[in-house]
Design a binder for this molecule. Structure first.
Ligand SMILES: Nc1ncnc2c1ncn2[C@@H]1O[C@H](COP(=O)(O)OP(=O)(O)OP(=O)(O)O)[C@@H](O)[C@H]1O
Length: 339
């Protein structure tokens, strides 16, 4: 018997395809009421993970549950989980309505759900047109309508924004947000953070099959202003003053001092206290996309695990793979995810 929570739980999930380690000891939780983004570059293991959640691939180790039970143990799963894994193929001459009717009959859901689903995805006007003439965006909507037929509590979408134009992406954003706002669960994958930036609330970021960040997107965004770059008259004296105040500093190649964990005003006050002239100061804005790239870039694998409390700019050790200590099920978590 499932618990009706709408929660997806991935626990120490791993999958090897022969020598390929597609997913490695991955743990995270997806909760109702928010849109959770499952982000990572191509080949980072997103689809494999989603397929394991949906019982389509057997894990090498670990487990995934929906509503507290493995997918295969859900009774009438289409009413619990709606999923779109890849661009579906449609019979080209079959109308959108008839396509959905085939599925509603197989799912044993009432026929009126067909029109409701078409309405939800904005395809009512195209209901009697052959799917063969549909644009990519319309085909995506029809696939989504298929997933919605069972009026599911949980929606799992693999790269739904692929191929959508800006209008389609804006529509998808509104749809997913309202679906989550109704208290349901949304897990949506993408290889582009920018594409999902305004859609998701919570993110699980994977790289090479491992979790490198699990937390609120707002928290990640708040850490964008990562460094203050200061041009000082006496860099050594300022470095001493900043370090005495407990701030992390480093010299950048152009001779400026990079200060992390502070802002311009505080740095200016500390410079004043140290009696050091400041000739220029700049708050460095780290682009979210760049942060995503840094987090998922293979070149950082093997470095040190960053301290808790969020991302730090890559120092000599760089960003590291997940390590111990972080709670994988943390809602306001930081890096990590492995147990
Ligand atoms: N059936 C399979 N047999 C062998 N290797 C596989 C299989 N499925 C996935 N892989 C490999 O596992 C790794 C993860 O692939 P996966 O499709 O899960 O990543 P992804 O993040 O979804 O990437 P993409 O966005 O490109 O689909 C890749 O190296 C891929 O080649």
């Amino acid at each position: 018997m499932h618990d009706g929570s709408g929660r997806i739980l991935v626990q120490n999930l791993s999958k090897n395809f022969g020598p390929v380690s597609a997913v490695r000891d991955l743990s995270f939780a997806v909760h109702p009421g928010v849109v959770t983004g499952f982000l990572g570059p191509n080949g980072s293991g997103k689809t494999t993970t989603l397929r394991m959640v949906l019982g389509l691939v057997n894990p090498t180790s670990g487990a995934a549950t929906v509503n507290g039970v493995p997918f295969h143990r859900l009774r009438n799963p289409a009413t619990v989980v709606g999923a779109v894994l890849e661009a579906q193929s449609f019979h080209p001459s079959r109308t959108a309505r008839n396509h959905l009717r085939c599925y509603s009959a197989a799912m044993n859901v009432p026929d009126q759900q067909v029109d409701h689903a078409l309405d939800l995805v904005g395809l009512s006007n195209a209901a009697d047109r052959g799917a063969g003439g549909f644009s990519l965006g319309m085909r995506q909507r029809l696939a989504l309508a298929t997933a919605l037929l069972g009026d599911p509590q949980v929606l799992i979408l693999d790269e739904p924004a692929n191929g959508l134009d800006p209008e389609g992406i804006a529509w998808l954003r509104g749809f997913l947000k309202s679906f989550a706002a109704s208290g349901r669960t949304v897990l949506v994958s993408s290889h582009l953070l920018r594409e999902m930036e305004h859609t998701v609330d919570h993110v699980v970021i994977v790289s090479r099959g491992q979790c490198v960040y699990n937390g609120d997107l707002d928290q990640l965004r708040a850490q964008q202003r990562s460094r203050v770059l200061v041009q000082a008259g006496d860099p050594t004296a300022l470095v001493n003053g900043l370090q005495a105040a407990g701030l992390a500093v480093e010299l950048v190649p152009d001779g400026r001092i990079a200060v992390t964990g502070s802002d311009s005003r505080s740095v200016a006050e500390l410079a004043l206290q140290a009696g050091v002239a400041v000739y220029g100061m700049q708050e460095e804005q780290v682009d979210l996309e760049r942060l995503f790239f840094q987090l998922t870039s293979g070149q950082y694998v093997g470095g040190r695990f960053p301290p808790s409390g969020g991302p730090q700019p890559p120092g000599p050790g760089g960003w590291g793979p997940p390590g111990g200590g972080a709670n994988p099920y943390e809602q306001h978590g930081g890096f990590g995810g492995g147990a």
